[in-house]
Design a protein around this ligand. Structure first.
Ligand code: HOZ
Length: 427
């Protein structure tokens, strides 16, 4: 008898904690068994039965060129023929650092890591080492990976599962992190008056993607830059999602704000595990071996990730003028979707920023974590399952972002809207 995803999931649960290697994949927030993937190409993803879906998750962001882009695949396979990892320097690492610092001018020195979590964790340690201060600030609903100091009022899987933080994190570590409401200038000012001289760093997703998509309101990031500079605080932009997503560079390029440190991941690895931290020379020079803040990684900067990333960045550089179109396609999808929801009488507030979007099941506006949490998550779950049934793969949580790619054609967008029409008929 042919096995179903439910069979594969049952088998996985026997040997993998919770059956998955990252919590949101388990579909806990939407119910049912997660679909097991067989393969993917372009913007199409196929389950183990061969059913095709238009993919708007794209491995949670990295696959901006679509799955299995031939040039990225060729870069990976030709690199693998010459050796997979050496634990010694290669030219590809220098090429990567040059390319990134040319694209993002605030990055004067770079260090590659294996994941976004490693990058943010290192950024916090570096800020503490540089300033000699212990406290840090983040924003409610922002998710910066799963390092101890950063899992306070976090988004992504933590928000999806409705857990306030995580057990296993010593209280005195969590107490060193304060979390502020996103987009609230007043709260930020008050916090600075109170804690400004004790804060090593403020870390932020400049466009939030892990509580669903929430863009910064006018003046919010500008004020944050001003207050952190005044107080000698290291400002960290977590651009793991937003780096190379809206333009050839970071979101910071679009708004002209220079953070002190930037964390990257996802797109710069072309789909292979990767992360990077970069920023002001003076701060980055504190990293060992030049400085006394320790960070290391057996596979950091490995040739496969570097060459997949280099291939991706070269393609994006050549396509830089097409980023606008990518955003417009997502905009078109979201505006038509809004009309379909309205015609059905379902209150939905779609937050879309360039090629990232989240339909929040509520009237809106959604501008911070508290407002995001007013969404009707059970209605979201029905919508999600309807879309899956009709061949559209979306993030299995109200509190995540969906992504467009250069591989999505107008026909794929029409297919998705048609699927939405059919889903709404059944809701
Ligand atoms: N933390 C990722 C979403 N923001 C999920 C990664 C995964 O489950 O693959």
């Amino acid at each position: 008898m042919t096995k179903t995803s439910a069979d594969y999931f049952a088998e996985a649960q026997q040997v993998i904690a919770g059956g998955v290697n990252s919590p949101v994949r388990a579909w806990k927030a939407v119910g049912g068994e997660p679909i097991f993937v067989r393969e993917a190409s372009g913007c199409k993803i196929f389950d183990t039965s061969g059913k095709q879906y238009i993919d708007f998750v794209l491995s949670w962001g990295p696959m901006i060129l679509g799955h299995s882009h031939p040039e990225v695949v060729a870069a990976i396979s030709s690199t693998a023929q010459k050796g997979i990892s050496f634990g010694a320097p290669t030219q590809a690492e220098t090429q990567m650092a040059k390319l990134i610092s040319e694209a993002i001018p605030s990055i004067e020195l770079l260090r590659m890591t294996n994941s976004g979590t490693e990058a943010t964790m290192t950024a916090i340690r570096l800020a503490r080492g540089y300033t000699g201060r212990d406290m840090i600030a983040k924003f409610d609903g922002c998710y910066h990976g799963h390092a101890d100091s950063l899992l306070v009022k976090a988004g992504s899987g933590v928000a999806t599962l409705g857990i306030p933080g995580s057990s296993g994190i010593p209280k005195n570590i969590a107490e060193l992190t304060i979390s502020l409401p996103y987009n609230d200038i007043e709260a930020m000012q008050t916090a600075m008056e109170r804690y400004g001289s004790q804060l090593a760093a403020v870390i932020i997703e400049p466009v939030a993607g892990n509580m669903g998509v929430i863009p910064p309101q006018a003046g919010f990031l500008e004020k944050l830059r001003e207050l952190t500079s005044e107080n000698g605080i290291v400002l960290i932009f977590d651009e793991v999602i937003t780096g190379f997503r809206f333009t050839y560079g970071g979101y910071q390029n679009l708004i002209g704000i220079k953070p002190d440190l930037t964390c990257l991941g996802k797109i710069i690895g072309g789909g292979l595990p990767v992360g990077a931290i970069g920023g002001k020379r003076e701060i980055m020079e504190k990293l060992a071996p030049a400085g006394d803040v320790y960070q290391a990684g057996t596979l950091a900067g490995n040739p496969l990730a570097m060459n997949a990333g280099l291939a991706t960045l070269h393609i994006l550089k050549a396509k830089a003028a097409a980023f606008g179109e990518l955003g417009k396609k997502a905009e078109q999808l979201c505006r038509v979707a809004e009309k379909l929801f309205a015609a059905k009488g379902i209150a939905v507030c779609i937050n879309q920023f360039h090629s990232m979007f989240t339909p929040f099941f509520q009237e809106g506006p959604v501008y911070d974590f508290a407002s995001a949490q007013k969404s009707d998550t059970s209605l979201f779950a029905r919508f999600f399952h309807g879309m899956i049934k009709h061949g559209v793969w979306l993030a299995p949580s109200q509190f995540e972002a969906n992504f467009g790619s250069f591989a999505h054609s107008d026909a794929d967008i029409s297919f998705a809207l048609n699927a939405l029409g059919n889903t709404l008929k059944e809701m």
